[in-house]
Design a protein around this ligand. Structure first.
Ligand code: ASP
Length: 328
């Protein structure tokens, strides 16, 4: 009898029937590898809200596990129980950290399941309101004239703000002109920028739009290859490409991952829910207001997401090698 029961349990597990209980009463934790109140946190909180209904009213909570440019939170999810109740919302850092960290605690393509991409987010080059410059040209001239005195804030080695700062410094050939100051996320970095304790930052529009609008920070340029002509505020800022940094093009993306080994039926439920969430008009409206573009169905697939990250790893490794920096 006991043998028969064990066999039945194994057969049920293999057929995925246990997954019908997913999600259970337990909350689903969406890990954000940066401080609360920042750009990735903002996307995660909106997404958590949009996922609730398609997941049958599940309690989706955001947990901020900040540190080491996002790698601490990612490691936490890579090692979490693979039951669909711990997920990672991260961005381009999942790919850029491969080039930056020689001793990474996880393998992006092997230690995670891929659920789909979420959005694309442009970045903005912004400065403290105390800076004398008001245009990109004046700003770059100011940095050249004040080499060694300017501080560049970012969210740790491997963050998007770090990558952007690195690419920009290497494009203007001023790799050592600025002192870089790492924070646990660009939310605390923003507070310091507004207060003038740091001078410059490159951050996602999901964090900068309202601060630019209210005049708390100065904006100098956007990082996309084409101007953001569809956005009511950001359309007024030049691209770095237009400012002479030919070919400069950086857009941050976010994607949703689960630990490796999460059962296929659970992954299917999560991916189905993600697709519904990405069509939620409220979610789309909030994201567009912040300059982000929600991805289409093709990119919200496990295959599309994984292939994209694999290509980004190759691309960013070359960019980081050219900038000549490592995090460890
Ligand atoms: N997304 C930011 C970055 O990578 C960090 C954050 O969300 O706080 O720079």
């Amino acid at each position: 009898m006991k043998i028969l029961l064990t066999f039945t349990a194994l057969a049920l597990a293999a057929s995925g029937s246990f997954a019908q209980e997913f999600p259970s009463d337990k909350p689903i934790t969406l890990v954000v590898p940066f401080a609360a109140g920042g750009p990735t946190d903002r996307v995660a909180r909106d997404l958590a809200e949009a996922l609730r209904k398609p997941l049958g009213g599940a309690n989706v909570v955001v947990e901020n596990a900040a540190g080491a440019g996002g790698t601490i939170g990612a490691t936490k999810v890579a090692r979490a129980k693979a039951d669909g109740h711990t997920l990672l919302l991260w961005h381009i850092g999942l790919a850029s950290t491969v080039g930056l960290y020689r001793k990474l605690q996880y393998k992006p393509l092997e230690d995670f399941e891929y659920l789909g991409m979420v959005n694309d987010v442009p970045m903005t080059l912004i400065g403290s309101p105390k800076l004398p410059a008001n245009t990109y040209r004046d700003f770059e001239n100011y940095i050249r004239a004040n080499s060694g005195k300017v501080n560049l804030a970012h969210a740790g080695l491997g963050s998007a703000s770090h990558l952007c700062g690195l690419m920009w410094q290497s494009a203007i050939k001023l790799n050592t002109a600025m002192t870089t100051i790492p924070f646990s996320g660009t939310a605390p970095a923003m507070t310091n920028l507004i207060g003038g304790q740091v001078d410059v930052m490159c951050d996602q529009t999901t964090n900068t739009t309202s601060q630019i609008e209210s005049g708390r920070v100065k904006a100098f340029a956007v990082t996309t290859d084409k101007p953001l002509s569809g956005h009511k505020l950001l359309k007024d800022y030049p691209t770095l490409n237009e400012m002479g940094l030919k070919g400069f093009n950086l857009t941050i993306w976010h994607g949703l991952n689960a630990p490796k080994g999460t059962p296929a039926p659970v992954l299917k439920k999560l991916n189905d829910a993600l697709k519904v969430a990405l069509k939620d008009p409220e979610f789309i409206k909030k994201q567009e207001g912040l300059g982000a573009i929600v991805v289409n169905d093709k990119r919200a697939t496990p295959e599309g997401h994984k292939a994209f990250v694999a290509a980004e790893i190759t691309k960013l490794k070359a960019v980081i090698e050219a900038a000549g920096q490592f995090a460890d």
